[in-house]
Design a protein around this ligand. Sequence first.
Ligand SMILES: [Fe+2]
Ligand SMILES: [Fe+2]
Length: 296
Amino acid sequence: MTERHSALEERSPAPPPRNREISRGIPEIPVKLGNLPPLNAIANQVLTAVGRPSINYRTLASIMECDPAFAADALLIANSALFGFTSRIQELRHALAVLGLDRIKALAVTVALRSFMGKGGPQLRQCWRHSAACAMVARMVSPIFGITSDTAYTLGLLHDIGRLGLLKSYPAEYSPVLGGLFEDVEQVLSAERALLRVDHGVAGAWLVSNWSFPSTFAQACEHHHAPLAQDDPELLQVVKVSCRIAEAAGFAAVRYSPEPAYDEVIRSLPPHISAEAFPPAQDLSATVESQLKSFG
Ligand SMILES: [Fe+2]
Ligand SMILES: [Fe+2]
């Protein structure tokens, strides 16, 4: 697969109606999930504007500067280790010009998700650390799948948005799931369905569809815990692999017994995903940890 995808370029035409059925067999999305605030309006405007052929950096900066908190956060993240500048950038306009359009989309989603998360407790932070770690791994493995690194990163950040959504909308009900000890992910998903009628994959697919992300993103959110298949779309493969690697590198959102072993996870990947692409566990977790620090 040599064609490079930039899935954020093909955004879904219209959001689905609230409480729409995403998966067969799931009667409806729990009502409080539908009451969550939309993804940041400025991020939405940025994602739409970036898709226009005539867009320029000055217009993008003006959109972001409409919300000083968003602009400040965008500058902070642009200067973090995640976006890799060696010297500090003082001006948002300068940052945008250096980043380029694909990375600006990733930046807008990062800022929006941080604000969606708000000042959560330790469980929300644990979910966020897993998603951010998954995003960093996804960026690293994206060339294997012919996906642009920024699209892979963005999807990695969003793939478990269902967890954040369920925790924010049903904290009392969902908290025991995140605090539990599980044998495998199927047990986690069953516990979610028993408590809230949906698992976090379906909840996430519903949220990203409602926020007008491409249908490929919803598909990846919904099915990221299904076993890896060689005919899976590339985006889905990236997220399945990155989520498992992030868990095995010490960034799981829930606790497993036994804990997933990094080397075993790498060895279990199909032959088209070279084990050479992955650094030793300690190196990966040190890199992710240092990037998380700059992430805030
Ligand atoms: Fe997940
Ligand atoms: Fe995950």
